[in-house]
Write a protein that binds this ligand. Structure first.
Ligand code: ADP
Length: 266
């Protein structure tokens, strides 16, 4: 009797095992499909600027091109090269994130100082579009974060605020200290995002309007990278937007977790 039970038990176990293997292999197939789709999108993204660069280099080197035309074409080549460099840098960061090689070196960072650094870095690009960056911050907020990585998060989000705002608009960078969280928000009065696109904006390569984002120098990777970095800090990032009115990105860090990790007075 025992032998029969054992046999049945084994069959059940084998059945479960077979199910688990099927589920795993389905997961693997899905992963492979996602990877193939990502690679094919990426090759497209890399080819597009290269096509422009080659095309404009060809016509700029034609004998009959005027000096003015040459200057214009070289300007386009320079812009496309910058886009390509940014895209490759983003891809490199994502590859590091995927392979867990993205080291996070946490230190106590005065958020006010971080805001000053990023405000200085974005100033020329903001001024070019006459966009005002207003910074508001509760006094003495200190967070246990990787300064450089977090700077990158803020730069990615601020760059979107600039890109998708009209000339002369206002962008607000705000830091607040709540009882349990540190909140950083970036608000703009730009074009906003249609409701149906909102669930996807943190996905890699997702762009509401591909050609417009390209034209503005977007890679479709900025928010995906920001999300991964914030989550590596145990925080969360969210985005609210009203189409035609503006967008706010919120980053929240848990103060309790930070104190547990031995950060200094807060
Ligand atoms: P991109 O480099 O194309 O800006 P992101 O990953 O940073 O890529 O953002 C994904 C998409 O979300 C953008 O292409 C854009 O359509 C939309 N988006 C992000 N931030 C904003 C914003 N502040 N205002 C309007 N649209 C935005």
């Amino acid at each position: 009797n025992n032998q029969v039970k054992l046999h049945i038990g084994r069959q059940d176990e084998l059945g479960e095992l077979a199910k688990a293997i099927t589920a795993l292999s389905n997961d693997l197939d899905q992963l492979k499909n996602a990877r193939n789709e990502f690679l094919s999108n990426i090759s497209h993204e890399l080819r597009t600027p290269l096509t422009y660069i080659k095309g404009y280099a060809d016509i700029a080197s034609r004998q009959d091109a005027s000096d003015e035309e040459k200057r214009e074409y070289l300007g386009i080549i320079r812009e496309e090269t910058a886009n390509l460099t940014a895209l490759i840098q983003h891809l490199f960061e994502l590859a590091q994130l995927d392979h867990n090689q993205f080291s996070i070196k946490k230190e106590d960072v005065l958020i006010g100082e971080l805001f000053e650094t990023v405000a200085n870095l974005v100033r020329p690009a903001f001024e070019e579009k006459h966009i005002t960056l207003s910074t508001r911050i509760d006094p003495n907020i200190i967070a246990l974060i990787d300064r450089e990585r977090f700077q990158q998060v803020l730069l990615n989000v601020l760059d979107n605020a600039r890109k998708y705002s009209k000339t002369g608009a206002l962008v607000v960078l705000e830091g607040k200290l709540h009882e349990e969280t540190i909140e950083i928000s970036i608000s703009d009065e730009g074009e906003g995002i249609p409701e149906e696109d909102l669930p996807y904006v943190f996905q890699r390569l997702y762009r509401v309007d591909k050609s417009r984002s390209r034209e503005l120098g977007g890679s479709g990777l900025g928010l995906a990278i920001a999300k991964e970095i914030v989550e590596l800090h145990g925080g969360c990032i969210s985005l609210q937007s009203e189409y035609g009115k503006g967008t706010t990105v919120n980053i929240r860090l848990d103060r309790g977790a930070q104190i547990a990790e031995g950060a200094i007075s807060r």
